[in-house]
Design a protein around this ligand. Sequence first.
Ligand code: PBG
Length: 333
Amino acid sequence: MFTPLRRRPRRLRASATLRRLVRETSVTPDDLILPLFVSETIAERAAVGSMPGVFQLTVAEAAEEAAGAWGDGVRAVLLFGIPRHKDEQASGAYDDGGIVQQAVRAIRAAVPGMLIITDVCLCEYMSHGHCGVTHLEGGCLEVLNDASLKLLAKTALSHAAAGADIVAPSDMMDGRVAAIREALDGGGFEKTAIMSYAAKFASAFYGPFRDAAQSAPQAGDRKGYQMDPGNALEALREVALDVEEAADFVMVKPGLAYLDVLWRVKERFEMPTAVYHVSGEYAMVKAAAANGWLDERATVLETMTAFKRAGADLIITYAARDVARWVAEDAAE
Ligand code: PBG
């Protein structure tokens, strides 16, 4: 006999207005952080081939881009520098007149309210492309942890002195959050916050970034310092260390392939948690959309929603300007 259905979940899906009323997770422009690549080696913007819509910018162009992003509703940028000169001590990273330091000042002057985050890493500034100081040991390339900490701390201090609001170490050396905190406090920058790339995996999805930042290691890979993709419990231990060392934000990177890690990190630590929608994730959608295989806007917005649903408070994405515009359009509908 036919039993009339009383529970009908579809009732709440009947119209767009109802669906919005019961939506649990939404993305807002306040969640977004836009990465910018600032280069000392170019006279005008240069397209990054593997990342359509992303450019290496001059300092002046970075300030313009930040102003444009502000107009779209984006309130935070994350700066990466490409120096003219690379060496074995990454001296460009902590040069007070370096490319990131110049960009911080220019963006601050052009868009005073913009939250300026700087990536703290040495790979772009090292002639060999590794994230720390290297040393040859029995023919084997070793990335030295403690020697790298000194340079990372100097870099973070120099970014803070230029006016960065938040420094974001992405190198994955042990103890770098503590080393950076100590240097910042020692320099009178107690208010500068640290966003730690706490659970950063050795990922194939970083490929396009290394074109953009010209930071591919010339020999070897980053598996000796970035995390193994199989390890979620280790990710919790990594995050615990960074929280103990006084990180103000923690990050999981990449995003889509690590949503389980993101969820666990948020549940366990209840910290302001960022996710990095990395270059390869961005490039895949661009490539499929260019072929007419995916609807770019719908795919990107669904991805952003997934990040929020899995626990992200903040999303670092190359699509930030588009996302900010799209969600504003949707909200106005
Ligand atoms: C620097 C750094 C990388 C990314 C952010 N900071 C590259 C790497 O670790 O090789 C990757 C970001 C992306 O792929 O979008 N260490």
